[in-house]
Ligand binder design. Structure first.
Ligand code: ADP
Ligand code: MG
Length: 666
């Protein structure tokens, strides 16, 4: 029986089979040995209560909505408390008077009345009481139509009735729980202390798997020995002499790091982190010149057409005077030989994904640069590199990455940091505003426009949606035309055709239109120095790193710039989070906060990293485990790169493209 029910539960959760159910870890636990009295705890506290259902009653309001309410009477008449759910009339069928109920919810207080609104609940029955009661019970991520009870029962059966066993598949440091204990205890811990021990062991395994893969990638990337041609003619001096400014100290330091990499026999594999505006393009150009000096060509990959075109314009300015041909490849644009050169010193290709399509040939590619690299997946990175023979690689990101995360996701790369902005940057004044204050913001924008400056207004969604009452770009576009005049507003979003996008960008850049209503597509690569206003509506819907990126679109010229965050966070923490934007412009500080609040996946698109997921590891907290996993992972790969001694581990990692095959590396 247990197997079929486990199969059906796994199926409903979208998992491949019962084995995966055991890796479907609880999202929280309820201590069903401790019940709280909801009448004595503070307002808004979460309580776990149980009792008998009394007087279940469905109310109907006008317009088809309604609520369902009942009174819960605690054992021994300790207290009674109302429970209420809105728009869930079907609950009437299940929650009949006299039944035993367990509920978990937040105590809401109005006047001297208390109730639980929308608590999670479970009917308590005598069956399998030892699974669901008088212990710490797991609460799982679930889907509608699947009860906690059913999941819990299925997992319990697999673990304790079928007797699932988990033999060790790789070494783990002393002091951590065994894998078998951990897999049992993560679901049904005997205490919260044991739960944490079990979680730590599983977190170690997740981090370890990730580090082993990174060590393999690093090894793979380094195995090839490049023969580096002697420099032909120097371009870099000429280039630096022609610059209208002096490189910052940080840029100069990174130049030296690149020089060292590009003299070594193994291909360069470097991540360049630098906040918005720190001058990464210059560093990219420097690296590319180095390849050109040796008679190789270089390519720069960007995630959006807008950004590719901007790079194309900038690089032409910087490189064409040196007889370097800059060419662009995007979905709709392909320029070949716009400029003619007396003596061609090399080619720099700039483009979007179009750059690594099959039919495009990047002749003699010696070095590739990927801008905003977190917008690309591992496989795209590979496809790009496959255009050359082990080309040197520089990947760049403007999203500052906290150190722990960097070691985790980019453990296979060397890291350079531009921790300094070019001199003379004005700080951007950032303020939080409620939606009611928008009319004053619009007046302010009118004054800026009158002075020839420009404003961005950003929304989280392109279209209206049934599910939310967020304002969309499309709706706002119409509204802003009313407010500022139809001839003043352009719209930009990801669904537009490439030439529509270019037209909109150019109209805004050249000041035919002064207001741009956009989605977060403008987060990267939009560079209009006369834009001084960035208004972000529904700001609470964006991550801090993303808000920071958006804010980086202004403050690029000589004028004072402003960022207005318009929001309606529902919680004090939500306000607190936006407050940080007012207080700091340091991208690293914001990234650390984001990591704490939202976890790594949301910041960088972990799904794209091609690494195993982190389900229980917490990069904010598990730094010591991460260090241990890194150490152990590297040792293992040094000693046994084929994982011959650990076939089960090898098999588990296979699906993340285990590529330690020495043939593949040459
Ligand atoms: P990002 O790191 O965000 O890609 P960019 O490379 O676009 O930054 O540079 C932002 C702006 O700063 C550009 O207009 C660029 O010309 C300018 N810039 C870069 N380096 C310096 C410098 N050392 N001194 C002054 N301006 C600089
Ligand atoms: Mg840039």
């Amino acid at each position: 029986m247990s197997r079929t029910s486990a199969e059906s539960v796994a199926g409903k959760l979208g998992l491949a089979g019962p084995e995966d159910l055991l890796f479907h870890f609880p999202r929280r636990y309820e201590d069903r040995t401790r019940w709280l009295d909801p009448l004595t705890v503070g307002e808004d506290e979460w309580v776990l209560v149980r009792g008998t259902i009394e007087a279940p009653r469905a109310m109907r309001w006008r317009g088809g909505r309604g609520s369902f309410e009942l009174t819960l009477r605690a054992p021994d008449d300790a207290y009674t408390i109302p429970l209420v759910w809105y728009n869930m009339p079907f609950l009437k069928q299940y929650l009949a008077a006299g039944r035993e109920l367990i509920a978990y919810g937040r105590v809401s207080v109005s006047g001297n009345k208390r109730k639980l609104v929308h608590p999670e609940f479970e009917l308590n029955t005598a069956d399998d009481a030892d699974i669901h009661m008088n212990r710490i019970v797991p609460v799982y991520p679930s889907t509608s139509g699947l009860s906690q009870r059913a999941i819990r029962q299925a997992v319990y059966a697999l673990l304790f009735k079928d007797g699932a066993r988990f033999p060790e598949i790789h070494p783990a440091p002393d002091g951590l729980a065994g894998l078998d204990e951990a897999m049992h205890g993560i679901h049904f811990p005997a205490s919260f202390t044991q739960q944490e021990e079990c979680r730590r062991r599983l977190a170690f395994d997740e981090l370890f798997a990730m580090q082993v893969l990174l060590a393999l990638r690093r090894r793979e990337a380094r195995q090839f020995a490049k023969t580096r041609a002697a420099d032909r003619a120097p371009l870099r001096e000429q280039f630096l002499r022609a610059l209208p400014f002096t490189p910052t100290r940080a840029q100069t330091r990174v130049f030296a790091e690149l020089d060292r990499d590009l003299a070594a026999p193994r291909p360069m594999n470097r991540l360049l982190q630098g906040d918005v505006g720190s001058g990464k393009t210059l560093v990219a150009a420097y690296a590319m010149l180095r390849a050109l000096e040796r008679g190789e060509n270089a390519a720069l990959l960007a995630p959006t057409e807008t950004l590719a075109e901007q790079h194309y314009r900038n690089l032409r300015k910087l490189l064409e005077p040196l007889d370097v041909s800059v060419r662009i490849f995007t979905r709709n644009k392909k320029t070949g030989d716009a400029a003619l050169f007396d003596r061609l010193r090399g080619i720099v290709y700039v483009g979007t994904h179009a750059l690594f399509q099959d039919k495009v040939e990047l002749e003699n590619l010696g070095l590739g640069v990927i801008d905003e690299q977190h917008k690309f997946g591992v496989n795209q990175r590979r496809a790009f590199l496959a255009k050359g023979r082990h080309p040197d690689l520089l990947v760049m990101t403007a999203t500052p990455i906290p150190r722990t995360l960097c070691l985790t996701l980019y453990g296979d790369l060397d890291v350079s940091v531009l921790d300094e902005l070019p001199p003379g940057r004005k700080s951007i004044r950032t303020v939080l505003r409620a939606a009611e204050e928008l009319p004053r913001v619009w007046s302010f924008i009118r004054r800026e426009i009158a002075a020839g400056r420009r404003a961005y207004i950003v929304y989280p969604l392109l279209e209206e949606s049934e599910k939310t009452d967020l304002k969309s770009v499309r709706a706002a576009y119409a509204e802003m035309q009313e407010i500022f005049g139809a001839g003043e507003v352009v719209m930009l979003h990801g669904k537009m055709e490439p030439d529509e996008k270019s037209v909109a960008m150019e109209q805004f850049r050249h000041g035919q239109r002064h207001v741009m209503v956009a989605t977060s597509v403008i987060e990267v690569g939009v560079d209009v120095p006369s834009a001084t206003m960035m208004v972000i509506e529904h700001a609470e819907r964006f991550g801090l790193a993303q808000l920071h990126q958006l804010r980086g679109r202004v403050g690029r010229g000589a004028e004072q710039s402003y960022c207005v965050l318009v929001g309606d966070p529902k919680t004090p923490e939500g306000w607190q989070r936006l407050k940080i934007m007012e207080d700091t412009q340091d991208g690293f500080v914001l990234a650390e906060e984001d990591l704490k609040i939202r976890g790594p996946g949301n910041i960088l698109g972990t799904e794209q990293s091609g690494l195993p997921p982190l389900r229980v590891a917490n990069l904010g907290r598990d730094t010591q485990l991460l260090a241990q996993a890194r150490e152990a992972g590297h040792q293992l790969i040094t000693a046994d790169p084929q994982l011959t001694k650990y076939p089960a581990l090898r098999e588990r990692l296979e699906k993340f493209r285990f590529t330690a095959d020495p043939k593949g590396a040459n």
